[in-house]
Design a protein around this ligand. Structure first.
Ligand SMILES: *[C@@H]1O[C@H](CO)[C@@H](O)[C@H](O)[C@H]1NC(C)=O
Ligand SMILES: *[C@@H]1O[C@H](CO)[C@@H](O)[C@H](O)[C@H]1NC(C)=O
Ligand SMILES: *[C@@H]1O[C@H](CO)[C@@H](O)[C@H](O)[C@H]1NC(C)=O
Length: 621
């Protein structure tokens, strides 16, 4: 073939390529736009390869722009340099106390600047932080602390946190745990005041040798998630995972000049991984709030000149539910970044508050599959064309609605769904798409892994989430399967609730699931209960029991008194039929009860109460 022929073929190719592409692969342009918008991922994958952790990035940012604001909290402002030095003090102090690289220190605090100083300081030593949910009490708290294997516990200054720890202090002391407390007046025996000691420590850099043995696959934090079984599990968040999490700010378009607002708790990955890591990576300013307040949200945004807000689905709904104000659009917020936003809130939020960009993402704290809606397709969580799935593998498979398990074909393999169908999302476990797993018994992590999926010996992470992929390959969230449901932005593990209920003497068995209520995100907890023969249930006593042993969001909102609980062939409780029946007395012949926080009991659900709840005249907390 002569040069001329080649030249002509190339020229012809240039002319016909777009036509061919449109005919045979019509999604080429969307793919190209998506890839261009996703460039930050490439940089961060390089960081992982080069062992550049979030801590390294933080130290780099503090050196490059020391006087830039790192954090604003209430009336306090901390520059990168100030936070760097504060965290050095924490590191130097704890280094003198014993914790070494690879050991774990537990943190039980509410949102405040010291949380970040503690987390960053401990990470500079290479120690792992176990981030305890500040709502936990008694047995659940002890369990979560236990699985972390920590020998040191740092407690925030609030009275409620301190008294929760005092309640379990004898057990902690028995295990030889040292308890450190922030705040001025620490008088209780067995609690060591931390603040003055940290203030007295050196602010000089922590020697790098102390964390020299830490690798990207090592654990930076334990974040607790309610999985599909039992009590909360400590998801391992590796250094590599934190680097991945740090990309979301960049993907949303945020840069060092942005001010990002976060009112989510630091013990969750939305704040700690996406928020803190994203701030460090971009070098922007983070505004942290102690606790979310719908009525103060926009005042805060104005006060701090916020440009981007972080959310979880419920949060934007609460903002839209606030009475309209004349200054609703008086803000500089251009972007919202988060997950769980429902379409009905999406456009209302954008229009009412004048926010031009909404970037939804999907990611589980421990999962190896994630999506980001960088193209801002309305209602979607991301895009998964065949090319994208080649680059970041994941599969959508058929599942059994009744059991929540994938359906297998006659040869035992999983069956992929087609665009236009709902599918359970799973992702192959590889070196690049890794699954860090959970602390404790291997079986805990193994439960999230599907084996022999498409061929003998393969392994896939089972997200437990049902997603819908449309025929243009945009992906939408549908539901969480099986034993976990979401309420008030928290995952409720039904088995944990059943376990606590079963510890109440008159209860023989409890089946817990979530029921939909019109106008509410997620599902409200319903406990289907069988009372032991010859026992009767004292409702105020039951209320007292659940309120004591469960975090507030997990306390069942409804009770259903049953004679027998249906089980499947493998003796799993059948939840699906009950879920569909909900709490409608017309559909459920069993007696139903509704949580009454004011009189601290449960009261019967009759048609009148049901109608009021449906119409929103009675609020479900
Ligand atoms: C990163 O760390 C790993 C594990 O210690 C090591 O094998 C690798 O060579 C390091 N890469 C670079 C670029 O330093
Ligand atoms: C925590 O661990 C200790 C010692 O291993 C054990 O005695 C205790 O029962 C555990 N508590 C919980 C709630 O798991
Ligand atoms: C917000 O911007 C205004 C106007 O530029 C400025 O005066 C004010 O100090 C800023 N506030 C903060 C907290 O940065």
């Amino acid at each position: 073939m002569g040069w001329e022929t080649v030249l002509y073929s190339v020229l012809a190719g240039v002319v016909t390529a777009p036509i061919l592409i449109k005919l045979f692969y019509p999604h080429f342009l969307t793919d190209a736009r998506f890839i261009l918008k996703s460039l930050p991922i490439t940089k961060l994958e390089r960081n992982i390869k080069n062992n550049v952790s979030i801590i390294t990035r933080f130290i780099q940012q503090a050196a490059a722009r020391p006087d830039r604001r790192f954090l604003m909290f209430e009336e306090e402002v901390y520059t990168y340099r100030q936070m760097d030095r504060w965290s050095n003090r924490v590191g130097h102090f704890f280094h003198g106390q014993g914790p070494r690289a690879g050991e774990t220190v537990a943190i039980f605090m509410l949102n405040e600047p010291a949380y970040l100083a503690v987390f960053l300081g401990l990470s500079k030593l290479g120690t792992t932080s176990a981030l305890l949910n500040s709502n936990l009490r008694s047995k659940s708290l002890l369990h979560c602390f236990n699985v972390s294997g920590a020998k040191n516990l740092i407690v925030g200054k609030e009275e409620a946190l301190r008294s929760a720890i005092l309640e379990i202090l004898p057990e902690l002391q028995q295990q030889g745990v040292t308890v450190w407390v922030l705040g001025d007046q620490v008088q209780e025996n067995g609690l060591l005041p931390l603040e003055e000691r940290v203030e007295a420590a050196s602010g000089e850099p922590i020697p790098e040798e102390l964390r020299a043995d830490i690798k990207m696959k090592d654990i930076m934090a334990y974040i607790y998630t309610s999985g599909t079984t039992g009590l909360p599990k400590a998801a391992k968040v590796s250094y590599a995972r934190m680097v991945y999490a740090s990309m979301f700010f960049g993907l949303s378009g945020a840069t060092k000049d942005d001010v990002v607002y976060c009112a989510l708790p630091l013990y969750h990955s939305a704040a700690l991984c996406i928020g803190l890591a994203g701030t460090v990576e971009t070098g922007c300013t983070w505004v942290l709030r102690r606790k979310f307040s719908a009525s103060k949200f926009w005042d805060d945004c104005r006060k701090y000149n916020v440009t981007v807000v972080q959310y979880i689905g419920e949060l934007l709904r609460y903002l839209c539910a606030q009475p309209k104000r004349a200054n609703d659009k008086d803000n500089q917020v251009w972007g919202a970044l988060g997950n769980g936003l429902r379409p009905e809130v999406w456009s209302e939020f954008q229009e009412r508050f004048g926010v031009s960009d909404v970037v939804e993402f999907y990611a589980a704290t421990e999962g190896n599959v994630g999506f980001v809606n960088v193209l801002q397709k309305f209602g979607a969580i991301g895009y998964a064309s065949p090319l994208m799935r080649k680059l970041r593998p994941c599969n959508f498979v058929k599942y059994d609605v009744a059991t929540g398990e994938p359906i297998r074909d006659e040869n035992g393999w999983c069956i992929e769904t087609k665009p236009g169908e709902n599918g359970l999302v799973i992702a192959p476990i590889t070196q690049r798409t890794f699954f860090d797993g959970y602390a404790g018994k291997k079986a805990l992590s193994e439960k999230k892994i599907l084996r022999d999926v498409f061929k003998k010996g393969d392994g896939y992470f089972n997200s437990g989430d049902v997603l819908f992929m449309d025929t243009d390959y945009f992906v939408y969230f549908v539901d969480r399967l099986g034993d976990t449901f979401r309420w008030k932005g928290e995952n409720v593990a039904t088995t944990e609730v059943s376990q606590v209920l079963s510890e109440h003497e008159p209860i023989q068995e409890a089946n817990v699931y979530g029921v939909k209520i019109p106008g509410y995100d997620g599902r409200a907890g319903m406990a289907s209960i069988i009372v032991r023969p010859d026992h009767s249930l004292d409702l105020p006593k039951l209320y007292e029991h659940v309120a004591q042993y469960l975090p507030p969001y997990a306390v069942p909102r409804f009770l259903r008194m049953q004679q027998a609980i249906d089980v499947t062939g493998t003796f799993k409780q059948k939840k699906v039929a009950s879920v569909e029946e909900g709490f409608d007395p017309r559909q459920v012949s069993d007696p139903l009860y509704f949580m009454d926080t004011s009189s601290k009991t449960y009261r019967p659900v009759d048609q009148d109460l049901y109608d009021k709840i449906i119409k929103g005249e009675v609020t479900v907390n």
